[in-house]
Design a protein around this ligand. Structure first.
Ligand code: NAD
Length: 497
């Protein structure tokens, strides 16, 4: 099948001069480098975006700070919720336009862009909107002794932290930004978002829709550019009170250090993983293969929560790998805008090179590749979905995150050994256990070292469920009621009377 027709509004949007979005307006930066945005399905330039100047980063934070202490502080919690819901309505109305821009710049299959980037973002925005009116402190019973008949009463206020800097990766450029600014705005904070330099377009459009929804100028600002200059300047700005970052572990560690050095700013770090999936012996081969497809290959594996390490009982592993090879061979690889494609391109040239280098390493170190391990036909950044048996838990394919469509397999003999392998890593983002024996699964769950553990499923997130990593996979939680803690300060008030 051919690519879908590009909407005229998408063509008009792409042809624009793309800039920063500050204080409710597009702001030009004519003297900075323009970065080409490449369509990963055919390597053609779809647009170009200018990097923010240091003065524009200052301007964005100043505008967010003015809105924080002014218009947004005077906006009631109920109104904040209403405005986030209105933005969700507008995203719904512009669903196809946003989805096409996303697929053209990230290589995400159009069905996924519609369902994940837009529909999930809408669900998250509505979830945060609902919380805006439910953020509260507590009254306390104090234990202070009273010597002269005086009494004390104490209570806490939950107050917005201030200006939030949100730094976002390229894999879900709308949804991850929504996690950051939706949380921030619901709590009464304002935001400056720095999208990934590879996928900055959709958030520029979302920011325009936010203004159209009635979110006042300055409450949501977008600055574009690379991490080293624009990201660093944003973190260092004294008026930024909190940094919420999603990306790789090494970058996240640097961001955390920079945020501490810039005045002990609050930090949330949502980082990478090398997530395990453990299949117990009772789980049938066909369902194991379906589970592996769900866990490893969604969005070409470019999902932080995806599994890359698979543990299968020794009695079943050969059958599973053979069946998986047959299933992977039937996947239709194609353009992100071809609705019949089941597997699209990788997101950008740098990531393509990284995954190709990983294939080389795997071939050199581990030998056998059950499926894939090569490029796939096409002009874009296409690779084959890949399955590789490991020789040991220490192999590179079992230890390094590829963030690509690469599933590695190791056989185990008993379940305690499987659990040991699953936890034998410095990462701890997600994990899954697959079995028909739920009581066994529920006994395993507390012993698995991960922020999210799924049973008989993988890669499902919900606004109501807190998400984040343990060990090197991060600090803090997004969504669920837990998000409020990360965007507010608790103030204690004690009154003597
Ligand atoms: P990355 O760490 O290279 O970049 C992420 C963002 O940080 C980008 O906007 C980048 O410009 C910026 N950045 C880079 N250097 C910076 C610096 N020195 N200071 C400030 N900002 C800087 O990650 P990526 O390649 O865009 O994304 C892939 C990684 O993200 C994978 O490791 C993946 O597991 C992780 N990820 C984690 C989650 C999660 O929720 N835990 C979600 C999605 C992706």
């Amino acid at each position: 099948m051919a690519d879908i027709r590009i909407l005229s509004e998408v063509e008009t949007f792409l042809a624009r001069q793309h800039r920063q979005y500050i204080d409710g307006q597009a702001v030009a930066a004519m003297d900075t480098v323009a970065t080409d945005i490449i369509n990963p399905s055919n390597r053609k330039v779809v647009a170009s975006v200018r990097q923010a100047t240091p003065a524009q980063v200052q301007h964005a934070v100043a505008s967010a700070h003015e809105a924080f202490t002014g218009v947004w502080q005077q906006t009631s919690a109920a109104r904040r919720g209403e405005l986030l819901n209105r933005l969700a309505d507008l995203m719904q109305a512009h669903r196809e336009e946003l989805a096409q821009i996303e697929s053209l710049s990230s290589g995400k299959l159009i069905g996924l862009s519609r369902a994940f980037e837009i529909d999930y973002s809408i669900a998250f925005l509505r979830y945060y909107a609902g919380w805006a009116t439910k953020i509260h402190g507590q009254t306390m019973n104090l234990s202070l002794p009273s010597s002269n008949g005086e009494q004390y009463t104490g209570f806490t206020l939950r107050q917005p932290i201030g200006v939030v800097a949100g730094i976002v990766p390229w894999n879900f450029s709308i949804m991850i930004a929504v996690w950051k600014f939706g949380s921030a705005l619901a709590c009464g904070c304002t935001a400056v978002i720095k999208p990934s330099e590879f996928t900055p377009l959709t958030m520029l459009r979302v920011a325009e829709l936010a203004l159209e929804a009635g979110i006042p100028p300055g409450v949501l600002n977008i600055v574009n550019g690379n991490g080293r200059t624009v990201g660093t300047a944003l973190i260092a700005h004294p008026k930024v009170a909190k940094v919420t970052f999603t990306g790789s572990v090494p970058t996240g560690v640097g961001v955390g250090v920079a945020a501490m050095q810039a005045g002990l700013k609050h930090v949330t770090l949502e980082l990478g993983g090398k997530n395990p999936a453990g299949f117990l012996r009772d789980f049938p081969v066909e369902r194991t293969v379906d589970g592996i497809i769900e866990a490893a290959y969604l969005h070409q594996g470019e999902v932080c929560a995806s599994a890359e390490r698979f543990y299968v009982h020794r009695s079943r592993i050969d059958d599973v790998l053979e069946a998986l090879h047959h299933t992977l061979a039937t996947l239709k690889i194609g353009s992100a805008l071809d609705e019949s494609a089941q597997f699209g391109p990788l997101a950008n040239a740098a990531h393509f090179a990284k995954v190709m280098a990983f294939f080389e390493k795997a071939r050199a170190q581990d030998g056998e590749i059950v499926h894939g391990g090569t490029v796939a036909p096409g002009d874009g950044f296409f690779v084959q979905p890949t399955a590789i048996p490991a020789r040991s838990q220490a192999d590179t394919i079992m230890t390094e995150e590829t963030f690509g469509p690469v599933a590695s397999f190791l056989a185990y003999d008993d379940e305690e050994e499987m659990l040991h392998y699953m936890n034998d890593t410095h990462f701890g983002l997600t994990a899954s256990i697959w079995t028909n024996d739920l009581s066994k699964a529920l006994r395993f769950v507390p012993r698995v070292e991960a922020g999210t553990v799924w049973v008989n499923m993988h890669n499902y997130i919900d606004p109501a469920m807190p998400f984040g990593g343990v060990k090197s996979s991060g600090i803090g939680r997004e969504f669920g009621e837990a998000f409020i803690e990360y965007f507010t300060e608790l103030k204690s008030v004690i009154v003597r009377y």
